[in-house]
Design a protein around this ligand. Sequence first.
Ligand code: AHM
Ligand code: MG
Length: 370
Amino acid sequence: MVFASGARAECTNPGGGADDSGPAATAAACDPALFDHETPMSHHDDFSENLMSLQSHILLEESKHPSASGDFTWIISAISLAAKSIANHVRRARLSGAIGKFGETNVQGEEQQKLDVIANNALMRCLGTRASVAVLASEEDDEPTILRRGNEGGKYCVLFDPLDGSSNLDTGVGVGTIFSILRNDPTIRDAQETVCQPGTHQVAAGYVLYGSSTILVLTTGNGVSLFELDPYIGSFLLVKEKLRMPETNQIYSVNEAYASTFPESYQRYLTWAHANGYSSRYIGSMVADVHRTLLTGGVFMYPPTKKNPEGKLRYLYEASPMAFIIEQAGGLAYSGAVRTLEYQPKKVHERVPVLLGSRAEVERVRSFGG
Ligand code: AHM
Ligand code: MG
């Protein structure tokens, strides 16, 4: 098998100052023995002409902007490192006794799973050491954490849902981390106000899917890139750039058990879809459902329900970053009548309705009235 020159480049420039893989992984990547195996590494053959790690990709993107300081690369490397740690915990969860409830509820009244806490700690620890991070806001924490003020170098706020869909962990279903990166305005003293920015202000957004493989999807506003974690070398490798989602597909993804309490417009759409040969796909884990929608097209919806009249999903670290990704891939995303990215949140844990997916299919849902 031929291993791409990009892999060798990793060895000569393993970190560029922002290594996310750690010495062990770098050593593994540079071990010539690894390059000689026919299997199991022969899967690289499919894209061996363009073997590029997440870190190299970000460094390359930054090099196109002469004013870029590299701070952003450090943040992505922290997320990547935390994601690898979380992926390991998720994969070994049952063996290591990490399945099950932690025994506390978070600020939103949801029971925390042990892995929610593990994932939150991993992200807090990795991002907390990055000098350019001013504020961290997590689904699992009541209030955003202020790490440093603007005059102390804090340029960015990072918001995340550490382990979305964690109530599914017992059954081995795919779960994920969702993140959103915003600029920090040093003139605003209040952390809550600082992070309450519309999605259009995002510098970057992404998610990590811990499924049959570990996938990282990222946008910095210049298209969507998809990376897959190669467990043999410990790096996220670029699989697809400028990903475009299908214009349309006859698939809807929604918890249909709540349909009788959806707004009537959604009910009318579902009745129409039933009569027109649609398929339904719903995992109940947003990252997995959105990822499938991104790749195969259709719509994902979490409308207002009787139980959650505002919608269930949180704006800042669920709806907004997913909307950024979907729009960058050519799709559309709405929260009620407003384009999700233009919504102005008022609270860190605010919930909104979500409708996102293929352009034509989202427009079709909206044509039923909402
Ligand atoms: P979580 O952040 O507490 O895990 O909840 C969010 C999850 C999403 O992943 C998913 O889309 C939704 O809740 C599923 O909700 P439901 O079980 O009501 O269909
Ligand atoms: Mg969540």
